[in-house]
Design a protein around this ligand. Sequence first.
Ligand SMILES: C[S@@+](CC[C@H](N)C(=O)[O-])C[C@H]1O[C@@H](n2cnc3c(N)ncnc32)[C@H](O)[C@@H]1O
Length: 273
Amino acid sequence: MTVTDIDAIPDFARADLAGSGKRVRLRDLYHDDFGADLYDDIGFSNTSEVFEILSAIKGHPGPVLELAAGSGRVTVPMVAGGRDVTAVDLSDTMLTLLRRRLDAAPRLRGTARLVQGDMATHAEPEKSVAAAVIATTSISLLTDDARRGMWRNLFGQLLSGGVLVVSTVELDAEHAGGDAIARTRAEGAGGRHVRMIESWPAAATERVVVMYDEDQLTGPGDTVEVCVTRIGVVPADVVTAELAEVGFTIRRTRVVTTPDGRHRYLVIEAVTP
Ligand SMILES: C[S@@+](CC[C@H](N)C(=O)[O-])C[C@H]1O[C@@H](n2cnc3c(N)ncnc32)[C@H](O)[C@@H]1O
């Protein structure tokens, strides 16, 4: 990993880190141990969307394909509910966390098939999947072309009458005209305090999130590890139009508001004929 100076941090977050006098070390949110642990620590216990996803796939018995499964925030409740899940993620580090988590629960050990792969190109046999799930607005990590290709792949892999459940995020209308920068703090399951600084100007095509462990900033070490993640903005109407173009019918869109009220997750259910 690179030890950088503060200049590598986006302008909007630089002042938050500069005063400490510590060195900044950039880490990857999903692909190295620090970032994956940080994500898992604050992400795994977040139950947003989980109820909506479980309820959307309920009427579709059979194999579930979960893309961008991460450390299993949605995978674990699905397998705990008896679903046969193939969980795909690009990051071996995230999948290792998921495998450990499943192995630690005697009832879940050996469940779920974990596959390291790209959600845009992952291929299950044609017409073999009853339900496909892509949670936590993970589609916004793809380019527009990759995302459109993924819809075509999924349409071919889903059984007739299958469902695709996909979420995206929008700024809540009340906040859209407000501050472009939001500072929040989350306490991880492991007790650390994670600072998140998000820059999302209205109408931007990308938002940027800077995350670090505040305890590192104020603690005795000389380095603070920082994850900077750039996430595309994919409005729900773009997703539904793309899905309809491929042949899906949009069955329902549910709105999930986050506790900070700033974000609205839209959980879209699309079915094959
Ligand atoms: C926001 S996390 C979501 C994880 C999990 N679904 C959850 O709800 O906590 C995004 C995940 O997408 C994975 N990812 C990023 N690009 C990917 C790609 N092209 N194909 C598959 N997974 C990808 C990351 O490794 C990470 O685990």
